[in-house]
Design a protein around this ligand. Structure first.
Ligand code: 2P0
Length: 364
């Protein structure tokens, strides 16, 4: 089993200097969903996603050697989110740093000032743990490389960044790669692993410029967190069949992606979204994250697809907002439909035009 624990990664105190590292890392939308986990952030089934372009987090990790009189046993940091100190994010990040000290013992040697922002509007109901945790993990891996010259090879760097991101938030491990990424062991995909995501680049051209427009149905805080939602899968009576279904779908998806079959792809994406929410509704206690306007727009999308014969399909994350998936060649027609038919049902008419992206970028 891959083990990144390394007690050697300690910096000679005379060599520790101050500096900063910035990464921009995108969110992603799962086509086959990860829902249910075990052990230390291990998925119950493999998942695959599109990495997005315009919905991203940008995180700066500023570091300086700790003062001589401060404790070397504690993580020391401030966390600024959207220009304001954020205690909730700070506490979450301190816990995350503590959980990866065996991998990065040098994290105890610095004080950190972490500054982060999202490109998408604050609390727009867009999953930010994938972009936020992947951006932070990339910064930490860059810091390791800076001091120890360990991660020169791009594939090794990304694999470690994906492994570390997974420990912060499962879905974050897929954001490390451009295009599409697969997380979880799947016999058809060579090199796939439960420990990190791998890039999926042998897809048909049509999927390399796919659109994912995000329609904001509600910006409100979710009533049940994803962490709690994953936990409820342990007692869900449909869980075993669900895990089997996801594995089978991933098997079928390989040829669909290679052949560019947008209809078969869309059918799977839509069913995955509905199954995800059905699992929530069949949890104990049950809960519902979609809103009346989510359903209203789903009906309009189905009607438009049938009448116009356009391969427009939807997905959903763990929330009420709709992700509209479609190939570039129908962009004009679909965006006209969104503007005239769907935006009136969005909160403040808000939407984010997004598409398959280039993956994370180092900014400095
Ligand atoms: C996914 N989601 O595959 C699924 C589908 C949301 C809907 O993984 O507890 O924030 O941090 O590992 O990754 C969201 O849950 O959960 C998620 P943790 P995460 O994208």
């Amino acid at each position: 089993m891959l083990n990144y624990n390394n007690p050697q990664l300690v910096i000679e105190s005379a060599k520790a200097k101050e500096g900063k590292i910035t990464w921009r890392s995108p969110s992603n939308i799962a086509i086959i969903k990860y829902w249910g986990k075990h052990g230390i952030q291990l998925p119950r089934n493999p998942s695959i996603s599109f990495t997005l372009e315009n919905a991203y987090s940008e995180t700066t990790l500023a570091y300086r050697p700790k003062d001589v009189d401060s404790s070397y046993n504690e993580i020391s940091m401030n966390f600024i989110f959207d220009r304001n100190p954020n205690e909730q994010f700070k506490n979450k990040t301190v816990k995350f740093f503590e959980s990866i000290l065996d991998i990065f013992p040098f994290l105890k040697q610095f004080h950190f000032d972490i500054t982060s922002r999202n490109s998408f509007p604050h609390s727009a109901g867009i999953a930010s743990s994938a972009s936020g945790m992947s951006a932070l993990s990339l910064c930490i891996c860059s810091l390791e490389h800076k001091y120890f010259n360990t991660l020169d090879d791009d594939a090794a760097f990304r694999q470690k960044a994906s492994f570390v991101s997974r420990l912060g938030s499962g879905s974050a491990c897929r954001s490390i790669y451009p295009g599409m990424a697969l997380w979880g062991e799947s016999p058809e995909w060579t090199g796939s692993s439960d420990l990190y995501a791998i890039p999926v680049d042998d897809t048909h051209e049509v999927f390399k410029s796919y659109h994912d427009d995000i329609l904001i149905v509600s910006k409100g805080e979710k009533s049940v967190s994803s962490r709690a939602g994953h936990g409820l899968m342990d007692e869900n009576i449909y869980a075993d069949n669900r895990y089997k279904q996801a594995k089978n779908r991933l098997r079928n998806l390989k040829s669909i992606l290679q052949q560019g079959d947008v209809e078969a792809f869309g059918k799977i994406a839509e069913s995955e979204a509905l199954v995800l929410h059905a699992l929530m509704m069949s949890s104990n206690p049950p809960y519902i994250l979609i809103k009346p306007n989510t359903l209203l727009m789903i009906e309009k999308i189905h009607h438009f697809r049938k009448e116009m014969k356009v391969p427009l399909y939807f997905s959903l994350d763990a929330g009420p907002n709709l992700h509209l998936l479609y190939p570039d060649e129908v962009k004009t027609q679909v965006q006209e439909f969104i503007t005239s038919e769907l935006l009136p049902h969005c909160e403040n008419g808000q939407w984010i035009k997004d598409k398959v992206g280039r993956g994370p970028l180092q900014m400095d």
